[in-house]
Write a protein that binds this ligand. Structure first.
Ligand SMILES: Nc1nc2c(ncn2[C@@H]2O[C@H](COP(=O)(O)OP(=O)(O)OP(=O)(O)O)[C@@H](O)[C@H]2O)c(=O)[nH]1
Ligand SMILES: [Mg+2]
Length: 409
């Protein structure tokens, strides 16, 4: 069976390359023995002192198993090990799909006599992040009385699998190894779910990192508008800054796109021909509570815009990013106290830049998803145009303004 691991889910295995399992449980539960038997590795009798890294593997097998130190009775040691395990999982959570931890084998010795010895709270917290399989080790049959039904009753545990990793011979019984195949079979059944989550985690981390570039781009554009560079035409400076921002976002997603293509994307996104900036200026002017006859500040406009976004019932895919962006702009000291009449154009351009960034991040997410899933890359220009249009439509609906004209293609 070991040799067949993953064969029934080839697409998932292709996406995550190998299934990374972390084996946890009390000290002496039989974690290291389980791993040795599973992968036919020499058995070490010693107590495991730290998480095994690199993991144990067998050439040609798409599974990698990390051994961990066991939880002893002493509370201080338990907390230290739990912390080490949590950190290990967290550090890998947003890496590439193949570098994340994908599943947990939680080992419980069949001899465990009391419920109190099962760390339910710990398992529940881990199960929020990763699928957990409970492995009853040295299962000689005694577990049938209460341990197995008890573990099956814990809803966060996906499966309960009894195993005997080494032959166990006592005056009362002689049990040959069993259950290792079932454990692999059970783990294999989680592969599709595992691959999906791993891809989502990897994409989310790239999108989160890209928000830094979005904020950076908007702030620079705002600065360029408010404090122009001498001898440099503002539109050229703005377009350059926007192109740089898209280049940085692309790189965060692992794509190196050439400058010409990126500047074409900027032109599509901002819709030079379709006047998104004009539309946006209209929206800003119609914000309730903003009165252009009075001396109002950029801060007033941004906070009104934020209130509107927050209260919008229509689903806006980028809502959180936009609210975050508005706060970033608001904290940009050089302009937050300026009278709005001096700044309206600058705020409009900065917001357009932000819309371009969030629409582009959504575009990159779709490309990355296709790449991870082994599908052909979608047409970037088409998706960006679509995302930008959706964004503007939703904002206009949210602000009670009629539909904008369709994009010129
Ligand atoms: N016969 C038999 N012995 C087992 C089995 N599993 C574990 N043992 C024995 O139980 C003892 C502890 O096993 P380990 O695999 O070292 O336990 P561990 O969970 O890695 O312990 P720590 O590293 O301290 O956390 C060893 O003496 C193993 O030989 C089994 O399936 N059958
Ligand atoms: Mg060990």
């Amino acid at each position: 069976m070991v040799l067949n691991f993953g064969h029934r889910f080839p697409t998932a295995i292709k996406q995550i390359k190998r299934c990374n399992v972390l084996v946890i449980g009390s000290t002496g539960a039989g974690k290291s023995t389980l791993i040795s038997s599973m992968l036919n590795l020499p058995i070490s009798d010693s107590v495991t002192k730290s998480i095994s890294n690199p993991p144990d593997q067998k050439p040609g097998l798409p599974i990698a198993i990390y051994d961990t130190p066991g939880l002893e009775n002493n509370k201080k040691q338990q907390d230290r090990v739990k912390e080490e395990i949590a950190k290990f999982i967290k550090e890998r959570k947003y890496k590439e799909p193949e570098d994340q931890i994908h599943a947990i084998w939680y080992c419980v010795n069949s001899q465990v006599a009391r419920e109190k010895l099962i760390d339910r709270g710990w398992i529940s917290s881990i199960a929020k992040e990763l699928p957990v399989i409970a492995v009853i080790t040295r299962a000689s049959g005694v577990e049938k009385s209460w341990l197995e039904p008890f573990l099956r009753g814990i809803s966060e545990i996906k499966q309960v699998i009894p195993v005997m990793a080494l032959r166990e011979k006592t005056p009362h019984y002689d049990i040959k190894p069993y259950g290792l195949d079932s454990l692999l079979f059970g783990t294999e059944h989680l592969l599709e779910e595992i691959a999906k989550t791993a891809i989502l985690n990897a994409i989310k981390s790239k999108a989160d990192q890209s928000l830094g570039w979005c904020r950076d781009g908007c702030t620079k554009v705002l600065a360029a508008r408010v404090l122009p560079v001498p001898m440099m035409p503002i539109p050229l400076v703005v377009a350059t800054l926007q192109t740089l921002m898209l280049a940085d976002i692309s790189k965060t997603f692992g794509y190196n796109l050439d400058w010409k293509f990126l500047s074409e994307l900027c032109a599509i996104g901002i819709g030079i021909d379709t006047g998104i900036e004009v539309e946006l200026a209209q929206i800003l002017k119609k914000l309730p509570g903003v009165n252009y006859d009075n001396i109002q500040t950029v801060h007033d406009v941004l906070s009104q815009f934020g209130v509107m976004l927050n209260g919008m019932t229509a689903t806006l895919p980028f809502k959180d990013q936009l609210i975050d962006l508005l706060q970033g702009l608001d904290n940009f000291n050089p302009v937050s106290g300026f009278p709005i009449l001096r700044c309206i154009a600058a705020v409009t351009t900065a917001l357009c830049t932000g819309f371009l960034a969030v629409a582009y991040i959504e575009t990159m997410k779709k490309c990355k998803q296709a790449e991870y899933e082994g599908k052909p890359l979608p047409e970037i220009k088409e998706i960006l145009k679509d995302q930008m249009q959706q964004l503007m439509e939703v904002i206009k609906i949210g602000f009670g303004i009629g539909s904008i004209p369709a994009f010129a293609s």
